[in-house]
Ligand binder design. Structure first.
Ligand code: ADP
Length: 460
């Protein structure tokens, strides 16, 4: 195992990785921006280096300074977490060329799967079903002609897109003509690549993804699925495992398809293959995430497998010490992302000082968070404050446990998304296990009203 690992990230994921390092007996180095000097990941690490000013472009994305931090602290390996540089193939290359171990798949794999249009071709070659769609489209008339073949509605996607950004749904040729040019310009501006393509827009699917683990010794296996259908603007808010709508047979087929694709690209490390599950039970490849994901804990709770420790162990050359048949799914897990956002004001981000924080506890509750009483949430980064993850013997127990944990959680000083989660956990469609990616769109008004009433009664 490594003696020392540099964690090129901040917030809850930096802490999560450092906790894995501690358990494996490696020291950890934190990097931080000038705005994060008081952050918990800095206090928790054995050493820390300030790599730049508050803006991420000057700190968490500052490659020369991060490499210098690894050099001066004598770190052997770099863990990128998620976001920031985690799926930046060039950074992975620079880390490796600077003779540090990159804790993730190779730069080549990141590049190959990072381009969504190319990843679709790779999936097709591996005989994994993809959503009907097109290759990259040169112009608007090509898009209109392709959409006529696919049938409306279609979704315009940026090939370099991510984080739910750069997607537009078009319901007619007129719509498409209007959106296409802006979508391309936006993709160019946000991702430095204006390549766009079309997919058939599925009206009411579930987002179901498979967690992969692959080592350097030819073992590729999956840890089952996560259902991440509760989303706002294509960004996940609640995730659970297993998916309430997947039969054992479908689970097996989806798992096998994911393993086939990961093996076909020579995948090493932890990764996720995302699918859309349609109402008729068919599933289609959407994209692969070549990093650890925010929602990985639900899989850890139902499998008892520590995914982050395996990322480190795989990077250190250890073989996986279990086989597919050893992976057992026990009970049910749910994660709620608690954000510094006001659900009553269209989820407006609300950074500021947390006067008081009390974390929920008790049976089956896990908190992954970097906040503490008197912590100042900086406005420069994402708004995730904490992940509450619960594990129960079945889905009803997990839901009851999450409601209990949300009730126990106290964050004073800034608005958070806790009241929103309490409403969702009591919503009939969610409780019945019938939420699709359209859930929020159709239920938002009711959820808002619920929050308003609870607030008025002083319950939240
Ligand atoms: P990103 O990489 O930006 O997260 P994804 O391709 O993973 O984008 O898609 C994010 C979400 O957008 C999905 O979970 C789903 O809700 C929605 N989505 C994407 N493609 C389609 C599609 N073809 N039909 C319906 N919904 C889609």
């Amino acid at each position: 195992m490594f003696k020392k690992v540099l964690v090129a990230n901040r917030g809850e994921i930096a802490l999560r990785v450092m906790r894995a390092c501690r358990e494996l007996g490696c020291e950890c180095v934190a990097i931080h921006s000038s705005a994060d000097a008081e952050s918990l990941h800095v206090k928790y690490a054995d050493e820390s280096v300030c790599v730049g000013r508050k803006l991420s472009s000057e700190s968490y994305l500052n490659v020369p300074n991060i490499i210098a931090a690894a050099e001066i602290t004598g770190a052997e390996a770099v863990h990128p977490g998620y976001g920031f540089l985690a799926e930046n193939a060039q950074f992975a290359e620079i880390v490796t060329e600077s003779r540090f171990v990159w804790i993730g798949p190779t730069a080549e794999t990141i590049r190959k799967m990072g381009d969504k249009a190319a990843a679709r071709r790779t999936a097709q070659k591996a005989k994994v079903p993809v959503i009907p769609g097109t290759p990259l489209l040169p112009g608007v008339e090509d898009a209109v002609a392709a959409a006529a073949r696919l049938g409306y509605p279609v979704i315009i996607k940026a090939t370099a897109g991510g984080g739910g950004k750069g997607m537009r749904v078009a319901r007619s040729a007129e719509d498409l003509r209007q959106c296409f040019v802006t979508a391309r310009a936006e993709a160019g501006a946000s991702f430095g690549n204006d390549g766009v393509y079309l997919e058939k827009y599925l009206e009411n699917p579930r987002h179901v993804e498979i967690q992969i683990l692959a080592d350097h010794h030819g073992h590729v296996l999956h840890l089952g699925e996560r259902d991440c259908s509760v989303q706002r603007r294509h960004q996940k808010l609640i995730e659970e495992a297993p998916c309430p709508a997947l039969s054992a047979r479908q689970r097996q087929k989806m798992g096998e398809a994911a393993v086939r694709l990961a093996a076909a690209v020579g995948y090493r490390s932890a990764g996720t293959i995302e699918f859309l599950l349609d109402a008729d039970g068919s599933f289609y490849f959407m994209e692969m995430n070549t990093r650890i994901q925010v929602e990985h804990p639900v899989t850890e709770l139902v499998t008892g497998i520590d995914i982050v420790k395996w990322q480190l162990r795989i990077a250190a050359g250890e073989p996986l010490d279990f086989e597919q048949k050893d992976v057992r799914i026990t009970g049910h897990a749910i994660e709620c992302r608690i954000n510094a956002e006001n659900p009553q004001r269209d989820f407006l981000p609300c950074p500021g000082r947390i006067f008081f924080f009390h974390a929920p506890g008790g049976p089956g509750v896990r908190i992954d968070s970097h906040i503490y009483s008197e912590y100042q949430v900086p406005p420069h980064y994402d708004s995730l404050l904490a992940k509450i993850i619960v594990h129960g013997k079945d889905r009803p127990e997990a839901i009851a446990r999450m409601r209990r944990a949300l009730d126990e959680c106290v964050i004073e000083g800034i608005p958070t998304s806790i009241p929103f989660h309490i409403e969702v956990l009591g919503n009939q469609t969610f409780v019945a296990g019938r939420a699709t990616t359209r859930f929020l769109e159709t239920e938002l008004e009711g959820l808002r009203e619920g929050i308003r009433v609870r607030t008025q009664n002083g319950e939240t």
